[in-house]
Design a protein around this ligand. Structure first.
Ligand SMILES: [Zn+2]
Length: 306
């Protein structure tokens, strides 16, 4: 077992993290001027086998969190990280695939929540990658979650702020080398929640692929409208409509359970993109979250009219 040393400035401790791959030096000086929310799900930082999903799309996440690498002829696009402390896992996953971590050129996220963006600033610092984000999530990324809509009065940062180099809108196309990635604004979960799609071919058959942000509702959120997010009801409604209009052959998402990663792939399985073909599972999952939204909306309305 090889090891990796990680230096946390805030706590002034050296923590030994057993990683399975030798990393000779600390990745970078972490800037820990934020509140470290407790990691309540041990799967968030539990290593998982990195895998090739289809062609140039790879899973480089943890057991529970979906982080995705897209390779191109001019470098990589990384979508999502985990919370603070997740960068060594991502780096190890990328290197285990035989790819170069320093080739990350573009950083994206599907939602500006701390459990998916806690490593972006660190990776940007190490690789010099450009941070691209939906316009409505950019302020939250840049202030470390202080302006999250659940906290209209503001709060201390809960992840390392990451400066956004370019903002994105629905319908934008991200270009890197010969690769094109379509941007979908799917607000509700966060104001700038987003999904990304592309089409790719295997043996002369085209497959549409969607990295989707599921419209889940966090505890404490009022979907009929709340002070920090007046249009949340309409946003969620439009997001589910938009997501049902998309009909991906293959979908993946920010949490393993959202796309049944552990049912579709077991460590040791060989590369086979067909294992991820699941158009019906996609529709079922979107409708499942849509129903939760509609049920909660109905409940809120019933309470409000009492
Ligand atoms: Zn979230």
């Amino acid at each position: 077992m090889k090891s990796f040393f990680y230096h946390s400035q805030k706590w002034a401790v050296i923590t030994l993290v057993s990683m399975g791959t030798l990393l000779l030096s600390p990745l970078s000086n972490s800037q820990d001027n934020f509140t470290h929310l407790p990691i309540t799900n041990e799967g968030w930082l539990k290593p998982f086998t990195p895998l090739r999903i289809i062609n140039n799309l790879y899973f480089v996440g943890s057991y529970e969190l979906g982080q995705f690498l897209i390779t191109t002829n001019e470098g990589h696009i990384l979508i999502n990280t985990g919370p603070h402390g997740s960068v060594p896992l991502i780096k190890t996953s990328i290197e285990t695939l035989g790819l170069n971590f320093n080739d990350i050129k573009i950083l994206l996220t599907t939602q500006a929540h701390w459990d998916h963006v806690g490593g972006l600033a660190e990776i940007k610092r190490i690789t010099g990658a450009q941070m691209l984000a939906l316009e409505d999530d950019a302020p939250v990324l840049e202030d470390g979650g202080s302006s999250d809509y659940k906290h209209p009065q503001g709060r201390d940062p809960v992840f390392e702020p990451v400066m956004v180099d370019k903002t994105l809108s629905d319908g934008d196309v991200i270009e890197l080398g010969d690769f094109r990635l379509n941007v979908h604004h799917h607000p509700g979960h966060t104001k700038g929640a987003s999904s990304y799609s592309f089409t790719t071919a295997v043996a002369n058959t085209n497959y549409s692929v969607l990295i989707v942000n599921m419209g889940t509702i966090n505890s404490g959120v009022t979907v009929s409208g709340m002070p920090g997010y007046e249009s949340i009801q309409e946003d969620f409604r439009e997001t589910f409509i938009s997501q049902l209009e998309l009909s991906p052959d293959i979908y993946v998402s920010a949490h393993a359970g959202h796309f049944y990663l552990h049912e579709k792939f077991k460590p040791g399985d060989v590369y086979d993109p067909t294992r991820f073909i699941d158009p019906d599972g996609y529709v079922e999952k979107i409708k499942y979250y849509q129903k939760i939204y509609l049920d909660q909306l109905e409940e809120e309305r019933a309470t409000q009219t009492q």
